[in-house]
Design a protein around this ligand. Sequence first.
Ligand code: FAD
Length: 475
Amino acid sequence: MPGATSAIVSELGRLVGPGHVLDAPPSSVYNRDSSNRRALVGRADAVALPGDAQEVAAVVGWCYAHDVPIVPRGGGTGLTGGAVPMQGGVVVSLERLRAVRELEPGLWRLYAEAGVSTRDVQRLARENGLMFAPDPGAAEQSQIGGNVATNAGGPHALKYGVTGAWVAGVEVVLAPGELVQLGGWAGKDVAGYDLKSLLIGSEGTLGVLTAVRLRLLPAPEAAIPLVVFVRTRAEGCALMLELLAAGLRPSVLDFMDAVTLRALAGAYPGEMPAQAGFALICELDGSRTEAEAQRRAVLELMSGPPAQALAVHEPADARALWRWRDGANPAVTAVRGGKVSEDVVFPLECLAEGLERFEELAGEHGLRSCAWGHGGEGNVHATVLVDPSSEAELDAAEAVGEELFALVVQLGGSIAGEHGVGWHKRGRLAAQWDARALELHDQIKRAFDPKGLLNPGKKLAVYPARSLGTSGAGT
Ligand SMILES: Cc1cc2nc3c(=O)[nH]c(=O)nc-3n(C[C@H](O)[C@H](O)[C@H](O)COP(=O)(O)OP(=O)(O)OC[C@H]3O[C@@H](n4cnc5c(N)ncnc54)[C@H](O)[C@@H]3O)c2cc1C
């Protein structure tokens, strides 16, 4: 209904300035995110680019008053369709909220608006001798607000935790359009329920984050990377358990399986052993003395028995190693032209079984698979390789995903480790949570969003998706 869309554009133009409201034709980036799924294109009625938190509140207030859905958008790097306006409405992009409100290196803290990129947060911390530990892979483009909204992880989450562990407080626009502070700089605060934590990982379904208070850490003096090659998946998974049972605390303990290793072999900054069927990518950090002590302990453990590595490499250029590791995504995509990846978690003691059964599931559907991820947490990017032009293969990949979700739940894991639930996995919470816990999710959603307008249809499919044509204003 073009009339309605242009009415929304002109109404919002009065709130944020006419140059800061866009139409969103189907080709617009604001109708997509970074998901590699078919048919994941939204149909936004308009895109609002507010310039500050008050303008975000005004846009949310207007949408709420006119029954128009609100889809918060960060950098659009999400992998589950969370920022895609599947049911129309206004995409509220935080890209103009880029101010750093406070940087207090002596107090190890940073107060940044939601649209500041993850990379800029990391850079500001580093330039001041500090570290912002979360390191999700699309840092140039993702925003700190998006990271908090998805509770993003990354390789260093093993030692340092996911984004939420570093959030002291949030400024958020809540329905029906109020700017509210949750949490703050108090060193301890047990007054009230922990509402801030409800917002963390809420994927835009409870409110629109406009700024976040982040805690930083002094940067570790040393970070030593090691790559451990073993013959088999079973050996690699056993080694990870050995390492943790020995009391070692790597900052990173990632893994790659044989297919991923082969796809990346040419790019490895070193010589990969021909018999390598699994690799652990490990980093040991702390003071120079601590990191060295951990390194020696890992090397001793790897020289077996019971664990015997094929080779342990100590790359001279850590940045080259991380570039190689970050190349996993495009490298496995190139094998057949496409891939469908699921982000799931197995309990660590079930990781070997989970990986093996995932490979079997894919094989039963005639597809090749591969897996890599954050092994120390059992977090797997379980991937099937597809010809993207084959509808039959895409159907088969979806079937593998369904069976994989059932498998992780059966083994006591999670259907979502770090990429969120978004649109792809909506409704799947029912498989993982008890009925009463689901009911509480529903009640929390209703308390924050009585009209069901905040990112409708995402995360919780239990909350009735509204039947929305182009809505409210001007119709
Ligand atoms: C190459 C690549 C590598 C990646 N590696 C990792 C990784 O290692 N670890 C990891 O966890 N993720 C990873 N991701 C996924 C993605 O980068 C994260 O989910 C990231 O946190 C999304 O941030 P964004 O700003 O792009 O959010 P978007 O994609 O724009 O949005 C994601 C969700 O958050 C909501 N949202 C965004 N901003 C706000 C806001 N201000 N207020 C309320 N809700 C909001 C949206 O509505 C949506 O539901 C990767 C993605 C890519 C493409």
